[in-house]
Design a protein around this ligand. Structure first.
Ligand code: HEM
Length: 506
């Protein structure tokens, strides 16, 4: 039915009415924070407060930092399209949410899609109550005994890493080198599969790692919807990661699991735990533990461990290349430690305090995940305030902003490991340093990740010297298309052979 006798005019009227409707609909909750007397970032109709993110003017970490710096209050509001979100600044309240009252904030906001059983059953995406049971089952994979057992495997990968650097001395793309290293570390430790990334750059595991974490427009768009507009991602049945990567991993891991079941060999690794879970009939019935739900636990470790560890190692090498004195000090600690313990050992690594300080400082400046998120699962009044966080409300912890707050870390742009000379001097009255998250949903792979980074650093620094090259980005510019912290142009550095008689820190 036509409204006028001119169809173009009809179309224009229809278009105008649709826009008007969309504007009214999208702004219907925009008085949410005003009604509660809270400070908030003024929204723009349709987009809310997140235009800087959508237009790729800033990464989410940097944008939250700008907002954090512009509000005085202990918490403030933003609108993600039409939905209100609460951002918490106060370390005391952060502690309540992540630790003390974590049962009221048990899940992350990110979508666990019904249309992808594998993804929705990965621990990071998984929701309570299934998450709790799976987490409890997976925790033993990272016991001290198991980590000790993994050390020789990681050392072997690090030997290959050094061989590769020696063959390619000069300018190297550090992020690429550390990505090969962490691909092999995780594949070998968790699944007993050696992808040989240093010999074969195009092996399937490397390809999968690239597919997962490449900052493409596709990844950027879809992953934003998973965090910000879950119902759209569900309706459009969008895939967080490209499906081809899952298809490959599914095939590989089933083979590994079946092989282990048939041979009955015990390696004390992740595959053993998964086989054990499958043999536990009660648990299987309770969790319906079959098919992609099983593989999800294996794939999870690859997804969560690969980029995080390689990013931490590469940013540490990057900062050391800019700070020869710190590099020399750390090398001295490593060489003395290797001498004292007769090689790179589990006990020796535990004693390298300066190395810990350097890695903590890297994670302060470059927290791989720049924010943490939780969804409130029942109305929660923040103690001592009038604010009720309503059931269903998403809550963000702007981790990177806290790590750059002058109040806690003076001269935050400076890379200064001495800040961590007293490990327990931070987070005394609340939480403001938390690169691995905190509370029951904190990173389960922290110790494994730290072990891989420490072994990699020990090997590299004991044999090579790192220098800034002409195209090393200073400072790093972060890629706005990526949810995690990545340099837009990689981290090219110059690697030279280390000679004990030469002085490097003048
Ligand atoms: C330096 C390396 C790493 C960093 C900086 C890191 C950081 C993080 C962060 C910030 C979280 C979210 C915590 C929260 O919401 O409170 C997380 C969760 C997680 N990480 Fe890591 N991670 C690292 C290495 C690893 C490794 C090596 C693995 C496994 C092999 C791993 C597995 C996981 C899993 C499974 C979760 C979800 C835990 C849950 O929801 O219960 N991570 N990680």
């Amino acid at each position: 039915m036509l409204l006028t006798s001119i169809w173009v005019l009809d179309l224009l009227i229809l278009f105008g009415v649709s826009i008007l409707f969309a504007l009214i609909y999208s702004t219907r909750k925009y008085d949410y924070f005003k009604k509660r007397n809270m400070q908030y970032e003024k929204p723009v109709p349709l987009f809310g407060s997140i235009l800087p993110i959508l237009s790729m003017r800033a990464t989410i970490g940097e944008w939250l930092r700008q907002l954090y710096d512009s509000f005085e209050a202990p918490y403030f509001g933003i609108f993600v399209f039409d939905e209100p979100y609460i951002i918490i600044k106060s370390p005391e309240i952060i502690k309540l949410i992540l630790v003390k009252d974590s049962n009221k904030f048990a899940d992350r906001t990110v979508l666990a899609p019904k249309h992808n059983e594998m993804l929705s059953n990965m621990m990071f995406w998984q929701k309570s109550p299934d998450w709790k049971k799976v987490r409890a089952k997976m925790t033993p994979v990272f016991s001290s005994g198991k980590l000790k057992g993994m050390l020789p495997i990681i050392n072997d990968v690090a030997v290959e890493l050094n061989q590769y650097i020696r063959q390619n001395l000069g300018k190297l793309e550090t992020k690429e080198v550390t990505a090969k290293y962490s691909t092999d570390v995780i594949s070998k430790c968790a699944f007993a599969i050696d992808p040989h990334s240093f010999r074969n750059d195009m092996n399937e595991f490397r390809k999968v790692g690239k597919v997962f974490f490449e900052f493409t427009w596709r990844n950027s768009f879809v992953q934003s919807l998973y965090f910000f507009k879950q119902n759209w991602a569900t309706t459009l049945r969008l895939e967080f990661f490209e499906k081809s990567a899952f298809t490959f991993l599914r095939g590989i891991f089933w083979k590994a699991i079946e092989n282990r079941q048939q041979t009955n060999v015990k390696r004390n690794d992740l595959i053993d735990i998964i086989v054990e879970m499958r043999n536990n009939k009660d648990l299987c019935d309770e969790l319906n533990f079959d098919g992609d739900k099983v593989v999800a636990q294996a794939v999870q470790f690859f997804v969560a461990g690969y980029e995080t560890s390689s990013s931490t190692l590469s940013f540490t090498l990057y900062e050391l290349s800019l700070q020869p004195k710190i590099q020399t000090k750390l090398r001295e600690e490593i060489l003395n430690n290797i001498k004292q313990y007769n090689g790179i050992t589990y006990e020796g690594l535990k004693q390298m305090k300066y190395m810990d300080m350097c890695i903590y400082e890297t994670l302060r400046k470059y927290p791989v995940l720049p924010f943490l998120d939780r969804r409130c699962n029942e109305d929660y009044r923040i103690p001592g305030t009038d604010l009720i966080i309503q059931e269903g409300m998403p809550v963000y912890i702007p981790m990177m902003a806290l790590h750059y707050d002058e109040k806690y870390f003076p001269e935050p742009e400076k890379y200064d490991p001495e800040r961590f000379v007293e490990k327990n001097s931070h987070n005394v009255n609340g939480l403001y340093y938390m690169p691995f998250g905190e509370g029951p949903r904190a990173c389960i792979g922290e110790r494994f990740g730290m072990l891989g980074v420490k072994i990699g650093l020990s090997h590299i620094l004991s044999e090579f010297v790192l220098e800034r090259s002409p195209d090393t980005p200073v400072p790093v510019k972060f890629e706005p298309k990526s949810f995690i912290l990545q340099s837009t142009v990689g981290l090219p550095l110059t690697f030279r052979e280390y000679h004990p008689t030469t002085t490097y820190d003048n």
